[in-house]
Design a protein around this ligand. Structure first.
Ligand code: ZN
Length: 235
């Protein structure tokens, strides 16, 4: 089957990284669709901010408004049945003995990308875009470039297509990710990411800090705050 190389499906969770990836895709592809997963996250806030971000990003650029098409949300509650982690159960986020945070859902990105590939195939799309990053990857082995290159080969063989997995953040740290957003959409995209996206593990959205909403103490908030401060200091 021939899939369009001018169309992309973005794995879009509603966080800083996937929103930056969405802007990256909107600059490059004539048709961009988005995909989110509902897997019984402890806080469904990511899922509730998604439509607001999609609405807001359309207002930043008329061509982005034209290019941004269908949003898909797949129910992946089965993930909660195969993993007991701090993201899906009410337990504290700690580091495990193997050096991985206990938020780790084994092989999560392999599942996400395989499902995304199946959906992309059906939609005639050949490019998958994901915010996986080896630089700040907290040891998640399914964010490694080698993992994703290998999965891309498996998907190409298994689906008999020239599907591509694009990971624009792979070698960027958090300050560089803010910088990329700046290049893609200037201050208005930075403001959108600051105020509309969600990163905090605890689902806290009461207080707006200069780097966005969040508890300010969990590992995700700390990484996001530090990245923003370093980006601002160098801007
Ligand atoms: Zn937090």
């Amino acid at each position: 089957m021939t899939l369009s190389t001018d169309a992309a499906l973005v794995l879009f969770s509603g966080g800083q990284d996937s929103t930056t990836c969405l802007a990256w895709a909107l600059q490059r592809y004539a048709r961009v669709e988005t995909l989110g997963f509902d897997y019984g996250q402890r806080h469904a806030i990511e899922l509730t901010v998604r439509p607001n971000i999609l609405q807001a990003i359309r207002t930043l650029d008329p061509s982005w408004a034209t290019r941004l098409r269908e949003d898909h949300v797949l129910d992946l509650s089965v993930l909660g049945e195969v993993s007991e982690t701090a993201l899906t159960r009410d337990s504290e986020i700690t580091m495990q003995a193997d050096g991985l945070p206990n938020t780790f859902v084994p092989g999560r990105n392999l599942l996400f990308l395989t499902l995304a590939a199946a959906l992309a195939y059906r939609r005639g799309i050949s490019v998958l875009v994901g915010g996986m990053c080896e630089t700040d990857y907290s040891g998640y082995p399914d964010c490694r470039d080698e993992t994703l290159r290998t999965l891309q080969s498996a998907l190409r063989l298994g689906m008999n297509t020239q599907l591509t997995i694009e990971t624009p953040l792979m070698w960027l740290d958090k300050p560089a990710t803010w910088q990329l957003a700046d290049q893609l959409g200037g201050q208005s995209l930075i403001d959108l990411i600051r105020t509309e996206t969600h990163t905090c593990y605890l689902g806290e959205r009461d207080q707006l800090h200069e780097w966005g909403y969040g508890c300010g103490h969990c590992p995700a908030c700390e990484l996001r705050a530090k990245g923003y401060q370093t980006y601002r200091a160098s801007a």
